[in-house]
Design a binder for this molecule. Structure first.
Ligand SMILES: *[C@@H]1O[C@H](CO)[C@@H](O)[C@H](O)[C@H]1NC(C)=O
Ligand SMILES: *[C@@H]1O[C@H](CO)[C@@H](O)[C@H](O)[C@H]1NC(C)=O
Ligand SMILES: *[C@@H]1O[C@H](CO)[C@@H](O)[C@H](O)[C@H]1NC(C)=O
Ligand SMILES: *[C@@H]1O[C@H](CO)[C@@H](O)[C@H](O)[C@H]1NC(C)=O
Ligand SMILES: *[C@@H]1O[C@H](CO)[C@@H](O)[C@H](O)[C@H]1NC(C)=O
Ligand SMILES: *[C@@H]1O[C@H](CO)[C@@H](O)[C@H](O)[C@H]1NC(C)=O
Ligand SMILES: *[C@@H]1O[C@H](CO)[C@@H](O)[C@H](O)[C@H]1NC(C)=O
Ligand SMILES: *[C@@H]1O[C@H](CO)[C@@H](O)[C@H](O)[C@H]1NC(C)=O
Length: 527
């Protein structure tokens, strides 16, 4: 049973004003009376104590979003909304969590839907990255700070209660609990959706796995699942460089990536700078050694990034990147002094992995990641897996309760993601399908060739992902494909191709390679 809560209460007011508009008012004016702390009751949240609630109207809000809908830039102007802020604690946990609900200020601006918005890296994200996009589409929307500052790459301010001791309560809030709370605080009268990428994608899958009745539809993009492995494995190319004592220049890596693309681009039937068939790509970077600017060490680091993390005895630990993914994210070297690793402040993703090892695995603020050996790394990998899989792994393939709730899940992952290997998401989807061969009734995964990590890259992103999800939830129309669309190139050109439900691939059939109709979804790239 759902508790009466803020949005449904306001939704009721909206309904009233909508009726009054039908009864004679031409347009429903922004109503400031219902947007006040006096008019909005405290939400009821089991296990929590509400500390404060405030609400005030904000008119004519403007912002520039770098990655609206998880990939494209968008300027938003003239947004009117009611800014509801709730602060609460879980008694005994010594936490203090801030939630913001942004509600359209008039019924005419509201589509009667609700959206939970996701975070990035270590931020549960009470920033303004996702709320404005949701509200601009007419959704009411919620975001939570998870009880800690919304800082992306540096968890040092909250990770430890004291040196040696992880703040387990704040970690549980970040991993899962605060997400459930935010959904309950915002739970809507009609349909509710989750839309998030990276950490936001992991959060979406956490909702599906652990809180399967909260959202009717979930988009989980490039999800940071298998967190306990991925956040160690992301350090792997750095480790290889540290052990070699060589930090190849960025242009060497660019040359290797370009050569790999040249070798493997055509395997998918279209030469367009995108490796859509990474599994067929056998390019060996050592063939470039001896050519100007290319040294064996650069080849070794590239191969390490592509192969993925391995133990001293050669056992698989995690997947590598596909060969068209830029290498400068996991092997950042543009900022180095000769023979020295990149300082973290210049390489934010390096900092993400470095801080995971320092604060959560070693639990020691003065831990020196730089002199970790291959042997130390194996131990850290095991420790991370052993301690954090159940907290942050978010890789439970048993979606029985999600299925029973009737909700729908769309996941996508760009194949040229330079940060989180797409194969981790593919492996999860395959496990779900193995358990439940009919999982496509409620869960579909789409690989997006050539795209980057929630933005960037020359490849395709789902242009219509959210609408496809709404159609699936509200009209029962399951997505057979998503429309893939590239970001505009330097000349403003946009290309389109279908994104196919895995394991199908978009095979070129002839005609204009920039047009979706020139591709069919089929089992292989063979024509
Ligand atoms: C706001 O809406 C409420 C409920 O519909 C209505 O009673 C009230 O008169 C409205 N106030 C203003 C200032 O429009
Ligand atoms: C609502 O309040 C804002 C800020 O207090 C004000 O700028 C705006 O004019 C008000 N709108 C209406 C319709 O009263
Ligand atoms: C809204 O803000 C924009 C700047 O972002 C400004 O140009 C415009 O005049 C404002 N409109 C109103 C009605 O205040
Ligand atoms: C957003 O506005 C800025 C400043 O006016 C402009 O440079 C940029 O191109 C705009 N971005 C988009 C996606 O329209
Ligand atoms: C919304 O309200 C909170 C709490 O008062 C405030 O910190 C935040 O800046 C507000 N957001 C906007 C966009 O005004
Ligand atoms: C990664 O996924 C691709 C499909 O996109 C597959 O062809 C390839 O074999 C996988 N690689 C590994 C190392 O599992
Ligand atoms: C960390 O270890 C590296 C490699 O052993 C060393 O060069 C560096 O000085 C150490 N840093 C600190 C802060 O001790
Ligand atoms: C790094 O090197 C320092 C000094 O040699 C040593 O005290 C420390 O234990 C080393 N750290 C690791 C993780 O090996």
């Amino acid at each position: 049973m759902k508790l009466l809560n803020i949005v449904s209460w306001i939704g009721c007011r909206y309904t009233l004003s909508l009726i009054s508009s039908v009864a004679g008012t031409a347009t429903v004016p922004a109503n400031n009376t219902t947007c006040s702390s006096d008019a909005i009751p405290f939400p009821s949240l089991f296990g929590a104590e509400i500390l404060s609630l405030s609400a005030s109207p904000f008119t004519n809000f403007s912002t520039s979003l770098p990655q609206a809908d998880q990939h494209f830039a968008l300027n938003i102007t003239g947004l009117d909304f009611c800014n509801v802020s709730v602060q609460y604690t879980h008694p005994g946990w010594n936490d203090r969590i801030n939630v913001q609900l942004w509600l359209p200020l008039s019924s005419s601006q509201w589509n009667e839907r609700f959206m939970g918005t996701g975070g990035a890296a270590y931020a549960s994200e009470l920033g303004v990255l996702s709320l404005p996009y949701a509200v601009s589409l007419g959704y009411s929307a919620v975001a939570t700070d998870g009880g800690h500052p919304s800082v992306y790459f540096d968890p040092s301010s909250w990770a430890l209660s004291s040196p040696g001791n992880v703040n387990w309560f704040l970690l549980q809030d970040f991993a899962a609990v605060a997400l459930d709370d935010a959904a309950t605080i915002g739970s809507p009268p009609r349909h509710s959706y989750w839309n998030g990428c990276s950490e936001g994608g992991r959060q979406g899958l956490m909702m599906a796995q652990r809180y399967p009745t909260q959202y009717d539809g979930i988009i989980a993009a490039a999800p940071a699942i298998n967190w306990e492995k991925v956040l160690v494995a992301g350090y792997w190319p750095q480790l290889v460089m540290n052990q070699l004592g060589v930090y190849p220049s960025e242009c060497e890596f660019e040359a290797i990536t370009a050569a790999a693309i040249a070798a493997c681009d055509g395997l998918d039937g279209v030469e367009d700078g995108i490796i859509a068939a990474p599994g067929l790509c056998q390019f060996d970077p050592y063939t470039l050694v001896g050519q100007p600017f290319n040294h064996a060490e650069a080849a070794a680091v590239a191969l390490a990034a592509w192969t993925g993390s391995r133990s001293v005895s050669g056992e698989f630990q995690w997947y590598g990147l596909n060969q068209d993914a830029p290498l400068n994210v996991l092997a950042p070297t543009s900022c180095i002094l000769p023979g020295r690793p990149c300082p973290s402040d210049f390489a934010p993703f390096y900092q993400l992995f470095n801080t995971w090892l320092t604060y959560f695995v070693a639990k020691n603020p003065v831990f020196n990641v730089t002199n970790v050996t291959y042997r130390d790394y194996d131990t850290l990998f095991r420790q991370s897996t052993n301690q954090y899989a159940s907290i942050l792994g978010t890789a439970d393939a048993d979606l029985t309760d999600f299925r029973a709730s009737g909700a729908k899940l769309i996941a996508w992952h760009a194949l040229a993601d330079p940060l989180l290997p797409a194969n981790g998401t593919i492996e999860y989807y395959e496990r779900v399908l193995e358990r439940d061969p009919r999982a496509t009734d409620y869960f579909r995964f789409f690989a997006a060739p050539g795209g980057g990590h929630c933005g960037g890259g020359v490849g395709y992103y789902p242009h219509s992902g959210l609408q496809a999800l709404v159609d699936w939830v509200e009209s029962g129309i399951a997505p057979e494909t998503l429309l893939g669309r590239t970001l505009p190139d330097d000349e403003g050109k946009i290309r389109e191709a279908p994104l196919c439900p895995y394991p199908l691939v978009a095979a070129y059939q002839g005609g204009d390679v920039d047009v979706a109709g020139s591709f069919w979804c089929q089992e292989s790239f063979l024509r």
